[in-house]
Ligand binder design. Structure first.
Ligand code: ZN
Ligand code: ZN
Length: 395
């Protein structure tokens, strides 16, 4: 038997699908989600939810006050699309060339609006405050950081935070609810190696940065294999290698770029120390000088164990028959990590694939699409978990 939130979410499933399809037809890139934000603000106003717009350009925040005092629970939904040309042939295909909701954030907005309806309708039974946050520019553009800079964690300050992602790596009915580290943190790095250019036929008169770069790339491969335990997780990929302009000139410099993914801050620290040592010493052994620059893109997404237990209980009690996986990890990154560094919370996945229907292309693929039955399941679970954290007593 499904709980009240899930039942109500199922009754709203057609509306959620319509909202999602409308947004899918009209995708907007990060910090340009004006139409999307307008739809959200109008919908929240209809529900008598106090709303603020224009946070971090296009972000929308709504507050649902329960009937009794209690904790503040922040629910975050992202809303941006990607610069991808859609290759699906569906009636709700993107009408904007080169822009597509290929990550499912159209679904997240539809879920967020369903959650808003569910919790606004439950006000008399609800304690605390639900802080709905519709965030722009999640796709590597810094939307979360900008919302933080503009005070999204103030007035009121959240006690807990929740977020979700529709997840096409798993079928509808699956839920990934994982305590601890869930998604990897990402860093990007850049190494500049300087030598001395010269004639390709007279190497003894030059200091060749290409050979030094090649040795450094090989050296970097030993960090994960030799400096991490086989039971620790970490990735370093060199993804860009630049040097020279032609075949008979030894260039004056070479440049290496790449990315580091880790779940555990001490592992990240060890990788960075080893990288620094290799960058210092390997090119130097070949007579080159070198400089390393590292920039953190996002920290790891780390869930609070107690909040995660509440979400898991909500999933079990929902009556939806979720197949729950509590030991799932992925090396993709999410800027919700910045909020979860500051507020105990839980980021969870809701399975959205349907292989039989061909709805199982991966996120960011030009043919990405998901099974819309995931919308009410995700909304019902999010509303149940939020109500449980804020305090909820029926009747
Ligand atoms: Zn994405
Ligand atoms: Zn996404």
């Amino acid at each position: 038997m499904e709980n009240a939130f899930l039942q109500a979410a199922q009754a709203m499933a057609d509306d959620a699908r319509q909202v999602r399809r409308d947004l899918h037809r009209h995708p907007e890139l990060g910090f340009q989600e004006y139409r999307t934000a307008g739809i959200i603000a109008a919908e929240l106003a209809k529900l008598n939810i106090e709303t603020m717009s224009g946070i971090a350009q296009t972000g929308v925040v709504g507050l649902i006050e329960g009937a009794r005092p209690g904790p503040v629970v922040l629910l975050r939904f992202d809303m941006d699309a990607l610069p991808i040309q859609e290759e699906n042939q569906v009636e709700y295909v993107s009408t904007r060339p080169g822009v597509m909701h290929a990550c499912g954030h159209d679904g997240h907005v539809a879920i967020g609006l369903t959650v808003a309806r569910l919790l606004a309708g439950a006000r008399p039974d609800l304690a605390g405050t639900i802080k709905l946050v519709f965030q722009p520019a999640e796709e590597g553009l810094g939307g979360a950081e900008r919302m933080l800079a503009e005070g999204v964690l103030e007035n009121p300050r959240p006690d807990y935070a929740l977020a979700l992602h529709l997840w096409n790596d798993r079928e509808v009915g699956w839920a990934g609810i994982v305590p601890g580290a869930l998604m990897a943190g990402a860093d990007k790095f850049q190494v500049r190696i300087s030598g001395r250019g010269g004639h390709g036929g007279l190497p003894e008169q030059s200091i060749d940065p290409v050979v030094a770069a090649a040795q450094l790339v090989s050296g970097i491969q030993t960090i994960v294999s030799r400096n991490l335990s086989p039971l620790e997780a970490g990735v370093i990929s060199v993804t860009q290698l630049t040097a020279g302009d032609t075949f008979n000139v030894i260039p004056a410099w070479a440049e290496i770029k790449g990315t580091i993914r880790t779940f555990d801050p001490p592992v990240r620290q060890r990788i960075l120390e080893r990288l620094q040592a290799l960058v210092e010493h390997v090119p130097a052994a070949f007579g080159c000088t070198s400089a390393l620059e590292v920039r953190q893109v996002t920290p790891a997404v780390v869930n609070d164990a107690r909040v995660t237990a509440v979400v898991e209980q909500a999933a079990r009690d929902s009556g939806a028959g979720f197949q729950i996986e509590s030991d799932y990890h992925t090396t993709v990154s999410e800027d919700m990590a910045y909020l979860l560094e500051r507020v105990p919370g839980c980021y969870f996945f809701v399975g959205s694939a349907n292989a039989q229907a061909g709805l199982n292309f991966g996120h960011h693929h030009p043919r990405f699409d998901f099974d819309e039955r995931a919308l009410p399941l995700a909304a019902g679970l999010m509303a149940s978990a939020a109500a449980a954290l804020a305090g909820y007593h029926r009747g």
